[in-house]
Write a protein that binds this ligand. Sequence first.
Ligand SMILES: *Cc1c(COP(=O)(O)O)cnc(C)c1O
Length: 366
Amino acid sequence: MTAPNSTTPMTTSEAGLEPPRVRAGLDTIRAYSADRTPATIDLSDNTNLWGLPPAAARAIAAVDHDSITRYPPLYTAELKQAIASYVGHGVTPDMVVTGCGSDDVLDSAIRAFGEPGSRLAHPEPSFAMIPIFARLNSLEPIPIPLTPEFDADARAFVECSARITYLCSPNNPTGTAFSRTAIEAVVAGTPGLVIADEAYAEFAGTTVLDLLPSSPRLLVTRTLSKAFGLAGLRIGYAIGHPDVVAAVEKSRGPYKVSAVAERAAVAALTDGVEWMRQHAAAAVDARERLATALRTIGVDPLPSAANFVMAPVADSCAVHTALRARGIAIRPFTALQGIGDALRISVGPWHLLEETVAALAEAPGL
Ligand SMILES: *Cc1c(COP(=O)(O)O)cnc(C)c1O
């Protein structure tokens, strides 16, 4: 710590009675917040309600003390290898960057490629963290409304010509998958970095990873927080051209994935893949069953390719409050562009969804 310079007299406020002033603009950014009060049935965060791959649980139990007392690998070489093998498509470890959740990877990518003052275009509605990361890195977020079919509006993205374009398919919170044509048109027609967030790819069964060889400006982000059931360990990754990935990694910095997380992630991506596939399939079944049940109570969800559905309702806050009173958590959204009020409901084992639909049927605000 630097001692105050004793030769310059200080005024009272300089002497430390007031906190220091934050960077210009930071006070206008709202910190991300979500209602995390415990619920008996928590369908609010799209995590894996069936649990985690047993292979990952075993790896965590087997962690030795050296993995705790020593620093982890700088840039997770072993995990990159496991990711490359898991995703296929000719991906090599030098095309992979990991991070403390894909949030960390997205933030690092925006910092690496977003010139301060430049624009970041994103679909609206989409992942709530993106405009926050844009502002934190001094970029201007430009919301581009979804088409009436809930697809990315490729023409509007191309016209916007942003330094960074963010796409998310399946899109959170709508659950809708963007069309291949729209994504291809954005990748081909925009001048800067294009991020394709594939946090829910395992449920959709589609990917744009095959565009990478022809699109050095494309960066695909993924996570182990959703299908792989490891949200608490915070592991995400991105795949792109080796030069793009190197820039993101530099901006990210070393030691962002803990040793415990790396061990669990490697186990999940090797011996845990079969478990993940079975449970992703179970999530898709449960999702379709939930959509049908919702329709029988007069709620019509958007078509989803993820492990959650978005259901437009008249008053999402009223529904949320009524469900909370019964120990059930869903994520309410108000006045979404082109949609209005809506609920985002994660899927899980059927008995949880059944109880939720029963509570919904009696809730005000549908
Ligand atoms: C959940 C989610 C993520 C982030 O997950 P991490 O836990 O930070 O890996 C990223 N993008 C979307 C669209 C998500 O829904």
